[in-house]
Design a protein around this ligand. Sequence first.
Ligand SMILES: *Cc1c(COP(=O)(O)O)cnc(C)c1O
Length: 353
Amino acid sequence: MNATQRLARPEIVAIKPYSHAAWLPTLTRLHANEAPWRPAGDDTEAGLNRYPEPQPAALVSRLAAVFGVDRTQLLVTRGSDEAIDLLSRIFLRAGQDAILQHTPTFGMYQVAARIQGAGVIDVALQRSDRWQLDPQRLLAAWTPNAKLVYLCSPNNPTANRFGEEILHAVCDALSGKAVIVIDEAYIEWSGAASFARFLDRYETLAIIRTLSKAHALAGARCGALIARPDLINLAARIIPPYAIAQSTVEAALRALQPGEVEASTRRIRQLLDERDRLARKLAQIRGIETVWPSDTNFLMIDCADPQRILDKAIAGGFIVRDLRGNPALPTSLRVTVSTREHNDRFLSSLEAP
Ligand SMILES: *Cc1c(COP(=O)(O)O)cnc(C)c1O
């Protein structure tokens, strides 16, 4: 048994997966009880009347190339939310196991853990450290039943990324003892290289990536779990049989053509300039006390009177994220950077009397 199997729930290691209809595209399909005609409005190449390919080979290859990993190290998921769900179900025994996370962070890690009946161990990031992760504090909170350790870098909602030496410190201490999950949903905006290049070094490292943010495909629901093949194989056994819709497969392949990836890179650069402009302007608005540095496509701001800012935004036709539900962020809001035109109108609505 390898470390991944030792950490996994024994019933998952033992499970016999659902056997889906064979995928033999050269033969006419009389084996899956599909309709032989296309539904109205179907503009997919393969036809929505047909079940999609279980792990679409072309998309797996393309995602692996874009993310710089081997295709055996990647599972396509319905958004990275599904990757989080799969990890929870593989590793967390109800009533016994837990996740370890820093707070504030993305809410889905703990929701997925709670759905699974597992516990949540929180380690608070400190405002006085500018939300940087202190690996020693995180490691001090780790217990052997904390099977999943989530590091969100860049972090939602604080917008900063963690230094690589910090990620290494956590992996050096916990590799083989827990699965270290690095959520790179915003990495394209940060200029940092993916930690996936250390999959050879750390036995139980997992990376989650998404097409929802920098690749402009939030509506398609497509992400990836990246890990060594032993973990990918376990996840492949429990993902629902036809997880990725055909329209999503085709949309993702179109968006990931080499020319399109280059175009995304250009748009990302432009948006970062726009982000820096928006940050400077927001810092000048009365009632906005801090605009936190950002490695992402959003800005976290602290306000003297957050309700007043929220009301003005809504009056101007804008919705921003209220972060006050988090005890560490009693005056904070999160603003997604948009087009120059939207950002200017947003700024005007905040300046309105
Ligand atoms: C937006 C976001 C995701 C993406 O989730 P999808 O299911 O892929 O849309 C993942 N992690 C973080 C931290 C996010 O903010």
